[in-house]
Design a protein around this ligand. Sequence first.
Ligand code: PLP
Length: 379
Amino acid sequence: MNEALLARYDASLRGLARKDRLRTIAPRAGLDFSSNDYLGLAASKRLGEAVAAAIARGTPVGATGSRLLRGNSPEHEALEADAAAFFGAERALFFGSGYIANFALLTTLPQKGDLLILDELAHASMHEGARAGRAEFKLAAHNDIDAVEDAITRWRAEGGMGRIWIAVESLYSMDGDRAPMARLIALADRHEAFLVVDEAHATGIWGPDGRGLAAAFEGRDNIVALHTCGKALGASGALVTGPGTLCDYLVNRCRPFIYATAPSPLVAVAVREALAMLSDEPQRRVQLQECVAFAGRQLAERCGVKPSGSQIQPFVIGDNRRTMAVAAALQTRGFDIRGIRPPTVPEGTSRLRISLTLNVDEADISAMVEALVEVLAST
Ligand SMILES: Cc1ncc(COP(=O)(O)O)c(C=O)c1O
């Protein structure tokens, strides 16, 4: 064995361990307080039956090629047609994952000479896309509209001539807070800018029929939205919705779309069924909001936590080691709560990310809060 070959990776892993930042993959166990299966659709009977029926009528597992070649199937097209109608956009395009879709959007749409301004807390996939893309890019302080406007004004004053792109999440994945959507749209309009909105944690839950927090603005020429399908929709993949011209441009210019095998037609069937469930089963959203309110009250009363008001509730501990020790103690007691450390969250803000889903009920939430109180006192 040539140890020198692997030495630098080994050293890097040991460095992470010294900072209490070494990650490992653990089996799934305990009550679900960590998944993004907010509406409990992933294992729902209806989603499973839709896929079983598709298999029974001969829908293939594999797409067999790129969407631009033989990989395009009626299931993809039916999903995209339904999704465009559901979200109120001119068109929709289905990608294999939200990560790839964000990366693809930000490396394909903003052009050389443009300026891309990204919220500093936006998802890693947006940061990677911004870094790899052709446009100049700047980070803006989280949810700070004035910072975005200042960046635009400065760039123009320095001679920037291109188009402005603003990229945000609508509901932030690690803090559970919302973007100031109406003000962002107004800002984009003022500067004839495009707004890219990652609705990953809003799709299915927030907005009319679960259409997301930018639902009122979809269909406009300057909005591109990303609706991931592996979270509240219980499947996988992502739907990009926006103007037809931009979707055509992606089909022609977006390398991660062109040079990849299309997602499984069976997944397209599942996502299409999930969209139908959002319309047919609004009680799931109501039930989730009740869970969110119940957990918010309990956590505020018993642990002094400020409720985020959404299904994502951070509990910031700060120290990496203590965060992981608290998470481990909760897991030992049967509650699947994960610790989140840098670089996923800013340095010094390690936290428990408590996720509320329909996979638990109020009794489970009460038991979890009780356990959290005890564990915090002893860890
Ligand atoms: C805000 C946000 N955007 C994009 C993604 C990536 O989506 P996917 O898991 O479908 O790749 C995630 C998932 O972690 C996310 O939280």
